[in-house]
Design a protein around this ligand. Structure first.
Ligand SMILES: NC(=O)c1ccc[n+]([C@@H]2O[C@H](COP(=O)([O-])OP(=O)(O)OC[C@H]3O[C@@H](n4cnc5c(N)ncnc54)[C@H](OP(=O)(O)O)[C@@H]3O)[C@@H](O)[C@H]2O)c1
Length: 164
């Protein structure tokens, strides 16, 4: 089963200059909690934006570059999205698509669940989340984020399951 996890600003922005824009530790904590122990699927650009391989997660990096290689037992590189769809759309295990924009856009149609952090502020950026068609999804969890001295932007966690 394919799930998406993403943090999205109120104008749909998810990143700029191959980096995240906002600092929201509560979102990073939730990301770690939800994805730990699972396989994560990510585009080559998002992988290169990370400080390194994420602990306790098996990574599948998508690139068209046949020579792209990461020497790590928890990293696999694939050149085709069809392979991802065939391998993971019907698994019992939840597999998490963690970005970025190109990968979210292409895999959203094959995704069963969305874990969205709504970052309730307008940000300028160059990468966007694709449109979510509200009529195709049921909200199953919704939680207003607690603001404090480290989390200074209003935010909300929301999970949606695709209507059958
Ligand atoms: N807010 C969030 O939750 C969140 C999460 C993740 C990332 N981000 C942000 O998103 C931005 C990066 O997103 P992005 O859209 O620029 O890049 P991306 O989706 O991370 O990666 C794009 C790359 O994936 C490969 N690719 C895409 N489609 C493919 C296909 N059909 N077959 C094979 N390979 C394919 C290509 O790699 P090659 O060029 O190597 O062929 C392409 O350049 C950054 O700013 C990052 O910080 C935000």
């Amino acid at each position: 089963m394919l799930s998406i996890i993403a943090a999205i600003s109120e104008n749909g922005v998810i990143g700029n200059n191959n980096d995240l824009i906002w600092h929201l530790p509560a979102d990073l904590k939730r990301f770690k909690k939800i994805t730990s122990g699972h396989t994560v699927i990510l585009g080559r650009k998002t992988f290169q934006s990370l400080p390194g391989v994420l602990p306790n997660r098996y990574h599948i990096i998508i690139t068209k570059d046949k020579n792209f290689f990461v020497e790590d037992e928890n990293v696999e590189v694939v050149n085709s999205l069809d392979e991802i769809i065939t391998r993971f759309s019907n698994t019992e295990d939840e597999v998490f698509i963690i970005g970025g924009g190109e990968i979210y856009s292409q895999l959203l149609p094959y995704t069963s669940k969305l874990y969205i952090t709504k970052v309730k502020k307008h940000f300028d950026g160059d990468t966007f989340f694709p449109d979510i068609d509200d009529s195709s999804w049921n909200i199953v969890e919704q939680e207003i984020g607690v603001e404090d001295e480290r989390n200074t932007i209003p935010y909300e966690f929301i999970s949606l399951i695709r209507k059958i």
